[in-house]
Design a protein around this ligand. Sequence first.
Ligand SMILES: *[C@@H]1O[C@H](CO)[C@@H](O)[C@H](O)[C@H]1NC(C)=O
Ligand SMILES: *[C@@H]1O[C@H](CO)[C@@H](O)[C@H](O)[C@H]1NC(C)=O
Ligand SMILES: *[C@@H]1O[C@H](CO)[C@@H](O)[C@H](O)[C@H]1NC(C)=O
Ligand SMILES: *[C@@H]1O[C@H](CO)[C@@H](O)[C@H](O)[C@H]1NC(C)=O
Ligand SMILES: *[C@@H]1O[C@H](CO)[C@@H](O)[C@H](O)[C@H]1NC(C)=O
Length: 381
Amino acid sequence: MCVFAVRVFLGILLCAPYQCLECPFGCECFAVTRTVKCVSEDLLTVPQSIPGYARTVIITGNNIHQIGPDSFAELENVTNIILSNNRITELASHSFSALTNLRFLDLSGNRLALIHPEALSIPGGPLQELNLSRSLYNSSALTDLTTALRWGGLRGLLRLDLSGNHLGFLPPGMFSHLPNLQQLFLINNSLVEVYSGTFSGMNHLQVLDLTHNAFRTFSADALQELGKLGNIRILLGENPYTCSCEIRSFVAWLNGSRAWIDVDAVRCDSPGGLSDTRLRGLGVQAIGCVVPVQAEVADLTLQTSYVFLGLVLGFVGMIFLFVLYLNRNGMKKWIIEMRDACRDVLEGYHYRYEIDSDPRLGADLTNCNPQTHSEFYNRTL
Ligand SMILES: *[C@@H]1O[C@H](CO)[C@@H](O)[C@H](O)[C@H]1NC(C)=O
Ligand SMILES: *[C@@H]1O[C@H](CO)[C@@H](O)[C@H](O)[C@H]1NC(C)=O
Ligand SMILES: *[C@@H]1O[C@H](CO)[C@@H](O)[C@H](O)[C@H]1NC(C)=O
Ligand SMILES: *[C@@H]1O[C@H](CO)[C@@H](O)[C@H](O)[C@H]1NC(C)=O
Ligand SMILES: *[C@@H]1O[C@H](CO)[C@@H](O)[C@H](O)[C@H]1NC(C)=O
């Protein structure tokens, strides 16, 4: 009772009575900053009778399952609505269409499973920023959202955050009805590929953030699609890039791209030898594109060693022949001596054969040694 009295007293003191008394149950209303806050009050629905002066409405940490056309009555002054972490599962048709000046809508941290095709449509398309990070519950929600972006008349949307939604793919042309989008955040999803048409129709994009996804490389189609975006800021860091030869065209693209890319964060995740190496500037040999050429090189070294061996053998042979040539006189003499000796032995043998038989002769005959034979001569004669 006392607390209530103090509150009423303070309320009367700090703001005009008609404003303070209008503040809905479970909320705090700040007339000076034109803000209404309903934080962690276990509210089951969006509170009614939000004061008309409100520009910013913050309703977070509650238990609101559904947002519908009756959730927000005509609140022409509201420009910002934060509805994060309310366990919202359903956005019905025309949920925000009474908020004709709504520019900023934060629906992050919810569990959206059902999004009506016209859930986001507001006459005049005033919305400039939509935060749907960690808010899509399953793949039906992605399909629903794609339709809602198409039918929402969001021609004025400048910023879209779809981070942390486990997105494995993006339907082609998903953003093609957001012609003025300038910043697209797709951080911390499970994207593995960009297809041609993924970013079609976005002619004013300035920032594309694809960090913390599951990209291992970018195909030629993907690089063409990214190239079409022009010289914008593209964030590609913190992806598990596999630095094998298939990443060659991506490296070449990084080498030559004039877009503003976070090249310092674009690093190899595997193979181990290259992990944490910057992709830009990687040589084609470093990423193993020259494996067949390396085999040829090995072949070539083998051939070279054979050629070398042949050369060495040839050289040794030539030296041998040269030595023989230098000694030709000595050789000649030796050969003549040898021949003479053998002739003598044979003559002796003939003689022995005719005259008598001496068993010692057989042994001496095999060895045509001139000295031995002179001995033999001396003996026999
Ligand atoms: C919006 O704010 C203006 C100026 O403060 C005020 O005159 C008008 O009544 C407000 N609109 C509503 C619906 O309360
Ligand atoms: C969207 O909301 C999340 C959490 O509520 C916040 O971290 C993120 O910065 C917001 N996105 C933008 C683009 O401001
Ligand atoms: C997504 O969740 C909703 C609500 O739980 C369910 O009705 C729907 O069938 C789910 N969709 C898929 C593809 O699992
Ligand atoms: C990515 O999202 C998961 C759950 O969706 C969360 O646990 C994780 O902290 C997020 N990581 C980053 C870097 O934001
Ligand atoms: C990238 O550039 C570096 C030098 O800046 C070059 O050595 C390398 O071969 C290039 N990589 C590719 C795949 O073109």
